[in-house]
Design a protein around this ligand. Structure first.
Ligand SMILES: C[S@@+](CC[C@H](N)C(=O)[O-])C[C@H]1O[C@@H](n2cnc3c(N)ncnc32)[C@H](O)[C@@H]1O
Ligand SMILES: [Zn+2]
Length: 278
């Protein structure tokens, strides 16, 4: 709930300390942010949200696919890596699946709290309910995060945009940024068979370029999951990914119909631990 994380937030307009007042979050200088009926607070400051926010259909597909447990090994690994954290944030949290996995793990501190940040209100509605100690906040990673300096122990960033300066600012000294990116083997053979957007070879170098100035790469590991997916699950995993933006739904459905049912698919994730440079 927002009460769990309000102490770690700042007013996105003036940087002052905010507080909960009725149905809104306010700061002492009078800036006010609505708390939606579904429990997330809207701290977006720009006139328009970026066009990269996940749509209702993408969020529904992701919620369905993740709830089926297909990516559970990734959630477990992230929970292990974040086991000692008291304050966990997730930039581009989506439905809050991985953040809830961290807070709900047996190894998690009983008082650990989670700040779910995303631009998609459809995603935040779910994130706000994903775990009792998650506070969900609408914010644009590109514009700056309404989170206090140096208060986050572990920051998750799973298949979502990165802002190195802001990530470094909100992490405490000694804190860890956990970045999950797809490897070139992710969703083999669906990428080739369905003509999905593929991970470009340069992805690693670009992530390094973005983060390298403020973070030191500590440990890098790959988690691979072999999945046997029926048609509905294939449609969900495609619908939740970037190809959903670029390919017509009827065209995709036609290509999916041409696949074996079920089909063997590999999910392949790179998890990189980054330490803030002093
Ligand atoms: C591929 S999804 C991943 C969601 C979640 N991390 C997961 O793996 O289930 C990318 C997420 O980033 C969010 N997003 C896109 N642009 C953003 C931005 N500028 N600021 C914050 N979130 C953003 C989208 O709304 C979406 O929820
Ligand atoms: Zn303010």
């Amino acid at each position: 709930m927002l009460t769990d994380v309000i102490d770690y937030l700042i007013c996105p307009v003036c940087g002052a300390v905010p507080f909960l007042a009725g149905g809104s979050v306010r700061c002492e200088r009078g800036h006010s942010f609505d708390v939606a009926r579904q429990g997330y607070v809207n701290m977006l400051t720009g006139a328009t949200a970026p066009g990269t926010a996940d749509t209702p259909a993408m969020v529904a597909a992701r919620a369905e696919f993740l709830a089926a447990g297909h990516y559970a090994p990734l959630a477990h690994r992230l929970a292990e890596l974040a086991a000692d954290a008291e304050v966990v944030a997730d930039a581009g949290a989506g439905t809050g699946h991985y953040l809830a996995g961290v807070l709900g793990a047996e190894t998690a501190g009983a008082g650990a709290v989670g700040i779910a940040l995303d631009v998609s209100k459809h995603a935040l509605k779910r994130a706000a309910r994903a775990h009792p100690r998650i506070g969900a906040v609408a914010a644009d990673v590109w514009r700056g995060l309404p989170v206090r300096d140096r208060c986050v122990d572990v920051l998750l960033n799973v298949f979502a945009p990165r802002n190195a300066a802001e990530f470094a600012r909100i992490l405490r000294p000694g804190g860890t940024l956990l970045v999950v990116t797809p490897t070139a083997a992710h969703l083999h053979p669906l990428v080739a068979r369905l003509g999905l957007l593929s991970v470009d070879e340069d992805k690693d170098r670009r992530v390094e370029e973005t983060l390298g100035g403020r973070f030191a790469k500590a440990v890098q590991e790959v988690t691979e999951i072999r999945l046997t997916l029926g048609r509905t699950a294939v449609a969900a995993v495609v619908g939740m990914g970037p190809s959903a933006w670029h390919t017509r739904a009827d065209e995709l459905a036609e290509r999916i119909a041409g696949l074996p049912d079920p089909v063997e698919v590999t999910a392949s994730f790179q998890i990189t631990q980054w330490a803030v440079r002093a």
